[in-house]
Ligand binder design. Structure first.
Ligand code: MSP
Length: 501
């Protein structure tokens, strides 16, 4: 059996969940559901990232201890996901004992192998960014992100010999062209690696400066700095080194992140894995940024989009559909309620809603709600069947390739094709002419194709899909449906049962 492991970034608990987090997690959820329908065994992980300076500061300004603070915000994420129909199998927190244990084991392993050393480090440190800047990176001596003057800090720290793995990583990327996708992000990483020496990575902070972190197993005066802690969640949750889930799912690991954290995932993480003797993940999937009316979302501008507000206003499935349909995976996209309403009206209410309404009401009007037995066939039936096969094939191919927008566009060829099929076959005229033989086939063809559409929509709009299938009297079980087989299977809608009004 094929398998699929999908992860989201573990989100920082210094901000409440917003559109950006909801997007990544919804895409991961849709992929998880899609691969289930493709007949694969899947595992889906999300979680929260809870250590570091920023957390301590946020806790202080909230009058809480760091632990109280992270518990509160992590819970916001844990409570949000079921509300968005997110089907994650696990939720990991970097403050979980199971996570801390694996981080320490890996640190020790890499240290014993001689890839971690102690050295002096000096640099311009921005507390807002939690990172050091080189002289060159500063703009007029200020942090380019925060426009504040960084503090010069010189201290002794531990370093991971990342530079040692540069050639190996370049070779791995070249040998596995879809290791990082889409292509533009792979190119970005390759040119970064080719442009010069890869630096070593500072992986610690002295406890005199930061205590809210995981203690280094080989020096109790230090804690691990964020990335060497956070990235390890992806293997910790599977029970590395010898958990059953690790053996099953690590070889098919798919990380999903936005472009903001490309470098840690594309460069730090594979080299860390290599040093720890762990195989690289299978794919890093990188998407662009959601902007709001063309500007960055920010608390200070006050344009932060809250997922639950969108759910309340438009319904969860319409929101999920919009997220996947609107953004071209890999590129930035602009969010606006106007665009959401536009899609909702055009694609969902007009195209899809009309198809369902018209067909169900005709089934009631002409057959008392009972699904007719197909009878007299015509060439238009073969034509619409072909349109359906092409649409489903295109949906499946594009979806596997993370081109969600094109996948849905592909499936809508069938939605629109069926609306046209109604206009062309004119069931009302067949009814008037008492041509029941032909009318039965037309209604059956419509209902069976609607079943196929609803099944394909389950990854994107799970609730609406299940409701549509229920209306069609189809007993839906994700473990029994198989999308590739849908191309050839015909006649799963049962004649003589009654459809909803
Ligand atoms: N804690 C780190 C990740 C560690 S993973 C080992 C982190 N957290 S974060 O809370 O800042 O989340 C960043 C991620 O949130 C992005 O990579 C993306 O998945 C999502 N997004 C946050 N804002 C976004 C947009 N405006 N648009 C799209 N996604 C964005 O980085």
């Amino acid at each position: 059996m094929q398998r699929f492991y999908i992860t989201t970034p573990i989100y920082y608990v210094n901000a409440k969940p917003h559109l950006g987090h909801a997007y990544t997690t919804t895409v991961a959820d849709s992929l998880n559901r899609f691969h289930r329908l493709m007949g694969e065994e899947t595992y889906f992980l999300t979680g929260t990232d809870e250590h570091g300076d920023k957390i301590v500061q946020a806790a202080e300004s909230n009058g809480q201890t760091p632990q109280e603070y992270v518990d509160t915000i992590s819970k916001l994420f844990q409570d949000l996901w079921p509300n968005m129909n997110i089907s994650n199998n696990d939720f990991i927190r970097t403050t979980d004992p199971r996570h801390k244990e694996v981080v320490q084991q890996i640190l020790q392993k890499v240290y014993d192998a001689g890839d971690i050393y102690f050295g002096e480090y000096g640099g311009h440190y921005c507390f807002g960014c939690e990172r050091f800047y080189t002289e060159k990176e500063l703009v007029n001596g200020l942090c380019p992100d925060h426009q504040t003057k960084p503090e010069y800090i010189a201290e002794k720290n531990y370093f991971f010999k990342m530079s040692k793995y540069r050639d190996w990583l370049l070779e791995h990327i070249n040998k596995n062209p879809d290791f990082i996708r889409p292509e533009r992000y792979k190119k970005e990483v390759v040119s970064l690696l080719e442009s010069g020496e890869l630096e070593d990575l500072c992986i610690s902070r002295p406890k005199s400066r930061l205590t809210w972190g995981i203690e280094l197993p080989f020096d109790a005066e230090y804690v691990t700095y964020v990335w060497f802690d956070a990235l390890i969640n992806y293997v910790a949750a599977l029970g590395w080194p010898d958990g059953e889930k690790f053996n099953k799912f690590w070889p098919v690991a798919n990380h999903l992140v936005a472009k903001d954290i490309l470098k840690p995932h594309a460069i730090f993480w594979p080299t860390m894995l290599k040093a720890a003797g762990i195989e690289p993940y299978q794919h890093l999937n990188v998407h662009g940024y959601w902007l709001v009316e063309d500007t960055k979302m920010s608390k200070s501008i006050g344009n932060v989009v809250e997922p639950l507000a969108m759910k309340d206003a438009y319904g969860l499935d319409a929101f999920r559909y919009f997220l996947l349909r609107e953004m071209s995976f890999g590129q930035d996209s602009s969010f606006s309620e106007k665009a959401l309403v536009g899609r909702l009206n055009a694609d969902l209410a007009n195209d899809l809603g009309n198809l369902f309404n018209r067909t169900l009401s005709m089934t009631h009007k002409y057959f008392g709600g009972q699904i007719p037995r197909p009878d007299v066939e015509d060439v238009v039936d073969a034509e619409i069947k072909k349109i359906g096969q092409d649409a489903m094939q295109s949906f499946q191919d594009f979806f596997s390739d993370l081109k969600f927008s094109r996948a849905l566009e592909g499936l809508w060829e069938l939605v629109r094709g069926l609306n046209k099929y109604i206009d062309e076959t004119a069931p009302w005229a067949l009814y008037k002419a008492k041509n029941t033989g032909r009318l039965s086939t037309v209604i059956y063809v419509l209902l069976e194709n609607m079943r196929k559409i609803a099944v394909h929509l389950w990854p994107v709009m799970p609730e609406a899909s299940e409701k549509m299938l229920e209306q069609l009297g189809f007993n839906f079980d994700p473990e029994k449906v198989n999308l590739p087989k849908e191309l050839d299977v015909w006649g799963l809608i049962e004649s003589d049962i009654t459809v909803a009004k």
